[in-house]
Write a protein that binds this ligand. Sequence first.
Ligand code: DI6
Ligand code: FE
Length: 408
Amino acid sequence: MDSVRDTLWINTRIATCDAHQPEPYGAVHGHALWLRGTHIHALLPQEQAVREFAGRGEVIDAQGCWLTPGFIDCHTHLVYGGNRAAEWAQRLQGVPYTQIAMAGGGILSTVRATRALDEDELALASLARLKALMAEGVTTVEIKSGYGLTLHDEIKQLRAAHKLATSLPVELASTLLSAHALPPEFSDDSDGYIRHICDVILPAVAREHLAEAVDVFCESVGFSPAQTRRVFEAATAHGLRVKGHVEQLSNLGGAQLVAEFSGLSADHIEYLDDAGVAALAKAGTVAVLLPGAYYFLGETQKPPVAKLRAAGVAMAVATDLNPGTSPFASIRLAMNQACVLFGLTPEEALLGVTRHAAQALGRATSHGRLAAGCVADLLLWDIEHPAEIMYALGTNPLSRRLFRGTEG
Ligand code: DI6
Ligand code: FE
């Protein structure tokens, strides 16, 4: 009856990302990491660990490499059809994103391309993107709907996400984002579409357990705070957590709304004001920074990082992987951009894709840290300093990736 596999990682430097470890990166030295099956059994001083472990399984010599938790990309739209390279070329000629969106391009052009594919085709079209994230160490990925915008197509998109994730060693957190753009079926009736989301799409998705959270694009080119509130009320009534695309292009007070509903995260937040910062701090809502979209749109308004830091708001970092505003399947690029563009320290960027990203997905007790009881999702890096993880892009210092204790 010894079906559970034990392994002990020795001679490793461990960035636990655990708040209980006082050193930068939650680093511990001279310790060994003991895995049992799919979880972390213990983190012990190496001599003690080797003594207690004797004869129980495989000992792996990491030869001084760094271990980190598996990365969590807590905000992506990676399941979609087509691409928007031609639109990008237009934007480079000076046509603004909001104008392209109002002319039926932007999100709606991806909606057309996504509707044209069936579930299997959609999963296949998205496979390379997910594999690229995984190759840089992502072990948990959030994926949103929002390019279907009908009951059928939203469910298709979420099913494609589940199909993709179950075929690979990665965990999925799926989010319903039907309130992403107004579909042509409801043009000139955005309240009618919100009613359709609340009365039809959201209940069906909840019934089939296809999403664990609900997101809204609360913006002048998206949905109003009053409409966002209605979606949040429906989500809460169906036992789903909420999060929001808020204060990306303007300040509508969306972050306060997310906080009012004890939301998991407020995402983008370039235009977040002091009241928004205070609301996030009070509610324990995570601030998700998405520097890829800021970079790709050539924005100049930066999120209030210093104020978030001072208020003790947990900051996560994610790719926002999507065809319109952040077509980058690279979590390491997002970390690098968070440092260079938003002024995060490399330590903050690492916590942003581990402990704080776990919190943004409601997985704070089980993911994003190397500590006893957490999932055995971990990465071995051939580096001398943790900052190297996000420092030099184009080469990848990740040497081993474990998902639930198994390499792959
Ligand atoms: N904000 C964004 O940056 C993405 N969605 C959103 O609400 C853009 C998605 C797209 O342009 O396709
Ligand atoms: Fe997004």
